[in-house]
Design a protein around this ligand. Sequence first.
Ligand SMILES: Nc1ncnc2c1ncn2[C@@H]1O[C@H](COP(=O)(O)OP(=O)(O)OP(=O)(O)O)[C@@H](O)[C@H]1O
Ligand SMILES: [Mg+2]
Length: 332
Amino acid sequence: MTRPVTGGDHSLVGSSSKIGAVRRLIEKASANRLRVLLLGESGSGKEVVARAIYEANPRGQFVPIDCGTLVGTLMESELFGHVKGSFSGAVENKKGLVELADGGTAFFDEIGDLQLDMQVKLLRLIQELEFRPVGGLQWRKADLRIIAATHRDLDAEVAAGRFRQDLLYRLRVLVIHLPPLREHKEDVPELVDHFLAMSRAAGLPAFPPPWEIRNALLSYDWPGNVRELKHAIDRMSALHSDGALQLSDIPSALQNHMAASTLNRLSKAVESTPAESFTLPPKSPVISLPQSEALAIRNALEATAGERAKAAHLLKIGRTTLYRKMKEYNLA
Ligand SMILES: Nc1ncnc2c1ncn2[C@@H]1O[C@H](COP(=O)(O)OP(=O)(O)OP(=O)(O)O)[C@@H](O)[C@H]1O
Ligand SMILES: [Mg+2]
């Protein structure tokens, strides 16, 4: 199936050496019509790169094709089209996505999710740039630039018998690896400013994130990569009201991260400071220290079904510290 080509900004943001290397490969790929395979975790920017390759040298249309949804004969017709009368319901000739992309770019997204029977059909298209509509007798030529993307490890998929090795060889001409965001955190500030500018352009009021949030954005690991960062900024920009960010405006994964690191810092301070000289750091205007600690403890207890030893381990604090804090916050 295809998705509508959404409008909006597809620019690849980042000045790190890793993103620099990706940019050089984009240039190389767009200068000729080499097949490109984009690999990287979910949310790391594969589609952004696919569109950037197309846009650097736009020719014809950019046609995204979701391989995960290409199953069964109807989908074969979706991809290659069909001739009138080839099956009940085929009341007239219909063009498929491949023909739509003729002269342009076909972006096979989530290629690792393609069913084996469709992989065979794609092989010929990729190898010979030929296709045959369902019910048609003749092979037709297509002038296509082929870009494929997946978050899966295709070698592992081949080893598990779920992906054809010959297809992988054909796809693996120019491979671009998108690094996970945790490996190019130096790009976080630039990305944050980019997403803030986008939400301002969408009419939302300006929202300069307080330093606690900026710090958290930098130290968090972003398992959902740039997409998760974008959603966090979009959410905070949309929800913050009257300039005061509420605890509930912060995505919960980020809240947990902030709470856990505050608690971690605090427990280190408690361990290395004589009790009588210990003073709490100044209260955060966004999420107070006790609030964030109580939240982290509650989450850890929830995650461990109330097992305190495990919860303490998760929080990277001693058990005694945990008991004391539970008492303090009435969580015991
Ligand atoms: N380097 C970047 N600069 C600007 N925006 C980015 C960048 N990388 C990703 N994004 C944004 O993050 C979101 C996710 O990116 P994209 O859709 O390209 O990820 P993906 O790798 O295709 O993920 P999936 O495997 O889940 O399909 C999009 O909103 C995209 O615009
Ligand atoms: Mg994608």
